[in-house]
Design a protein around this ligand. Structure first.
Ligand code: MN
Length: 438
């Protein structure tokens, strides 16, 4: 697990002055990676690093000779059109690049002049998926979400007996994972109302969100070689925000006996900036279980995981309806939560996923599952916030929402803040629902 070092020093400032205002998601202590180009251009996609309101273009920075030594190979990998090679190089390489970027961007750096020519304003950028996502697995790590959903689907038996023993997950589909800013069509599917004799094919009328985090895998493991929990975070590159859009009327008819399928795989949206595990080092949180819950089996437990396996990441979701957009209104917050409420940590997800020898590869994505907190106002899906569609959400402009309507935009945000550390953030994960095909 990455340790604190001089790159986390809250007193560090950058010659990119917008990084120093204490409000930005991207101070010099963050240094997240994305793949970008100038909006509307035919430029090649390449890696970039966010600093204040700017992006360090890694392709031009490598050409300018800014990097050397241990930082050179990871810098070259970070300039590619996907970050899979960088991810696969492991934590030490990423750490060497972080050290070099931190030095070059610091106030007073001798590399200011060379690197200044490599900046692109963030407002001019558009983003691609940061990696070829070979495989995607979604977990179910919030016991509050699992209990809330279980009550709706199985009132007599909300939390299945395996939940507190095994990190539940399913293999999802990577082809429909899209980058923030993209739209998607409302899906059609088989829906069977409880009172009907037969299902019908129709556009989903119960479009929902799932506020999650996405865990990008770094270094691979060989097929047949499990990753011990003490090694698990060496195989994690970093985290993004993740919206696992869900069709709640398709889901209950199809999910038994093999789990989620077409209710989930029409679109999932990730934020463009990957915040590295090293950047998150100041914001670790203890992992613990209530005394009367089963403790994790030994392969899912370690002293480090108990002391600081969790992450204190504040999360929120906002909606912007077409009426709000036309009126020039700000998006309205519909929920807030924190990753620290998860019942299973990122290390436990990685270790459990590989305990049978399954191989993870650089750029694979693990969803945490909907990160609902302990109270209803911290529920991270509409199905929970509205108690299965019975209690609509009231929006500030007088509108109501039970499920998403066509044209609605959902914005996810996440950030880390505590005394003695610089505030860092994840930027935004934005997606908009379009009408279904006729
Ligand atoms: Mn999910």
């Amino acid at each position: 697990m990455p340790q604190l070092n001089d790159t986390h020093d809250p007193k560090l400032t950058s010659w990119v002055t917008s990084a120093n205002d204490g409000q930005t998601d991207f101070p010099i202590q963050n240094l997240p990676f994305a793949v970008f180009r100038r909006q509307g251009s035919q430029e090649a996609w390449r890696g970039g690093v966010a600093i204040g309101d700017q992006i360090v273009d890694m392709a031009t920075a490598v050409q300018a000779g800014v990097f050397s030594g241990d930082a050179l190979a990871p810098a070259q990998a970070a300039a590619e059109s996907t970050l899979n090679h960088l991810m696969g190089m492991g934590g030490q390489a990423a750490s060497a690049l972080r050290q070099a970027l931190s030095k070059a961007l610091q106030t007073g750096s001798s590399q200011e002049a060379a690197l200044k020519a490599c900046l692109v304003p963030r407002v001019q950028a558009e983003y691609a998926l940061p990696a070829r996502i070979g495989d995607y697995t979604d977990f179910y790590t919030s016991v509050h979400h699992a209990t809330n959903i279980g009550k709706l689907f199985r009132p007599d038996n909300p939390l299945l007996p395996n939940y507190k023993w095994v990190p539940i997950g399913y293999h999802g589909r990577s082809s429909s994972i899209v980058i923030s800013g993209q739209t998607f069509k409302r899906p059609k599917g088989q829906v069977k109302p409880p009172e009907a004799d037969a299902p019908v094919l129709k556009a989903s009328a119960r479009m929902d969100i799932e506020l999650e985090m996405g865990v990008f895998i770094g270094r691979a493991n060989e097929l047949g070689e499990p990753i011990a929990i003490t090694e698990a975070e060496d195989h994690v590159f970093g985290l993004v925000l993740f919206n696992d859009w869900s069709a709640r009327d398709i889901q209950p008819w199809e999910y038994q006996p093999l789990g989620p399928f077409l209710a989930k795989n029409f679109a999932s949206t990730i934020s463009p900036w990957i915040v590295t595990m090293e950047a998150l080092a100041p914001f670790r949180a203890p992992f613990s279980r209530p005394a009367d819950d089963p403790q994790p089996l030994p392969y899912l437990s370690s002293a480090t995981n108990s002391a600081r396996g969790g992450l204190d990441i504040a999360l929120e979701a906002l909606v912007l309806t077409p009426r709000m957009r036309e009126a020039g209104a700000a998006p309205a917050r519909i929920t807030h939560s924190n990753y620290k409420h998860a019942y299973w940590t990122a290390a436990q997800m990685v270790t459990h996923h590989t305990v049978n020898g399954c191989n993870l590869q650089p750029g694979d994505l693990l969803g945490t599952g909907t990160l609902s907190g302990p109270t209803l106002d911290q529920a991270c899906a509409l199905i929970e916030l509205t108690t299965g569609g019975k209690n609509p959400i009231q929006l500030p402009n007088g509108e109501q929402r039970t499920w998403l309507e066509d044209g609605d935009t959902i914005i996810l945000r996440g950030w880390c803040q505590k005394d003695g550390a610089a505030r860092i953030g994840f930027g935004e994960c934005v997606g908009t629902v379009l009408p279904a095909n006729a």
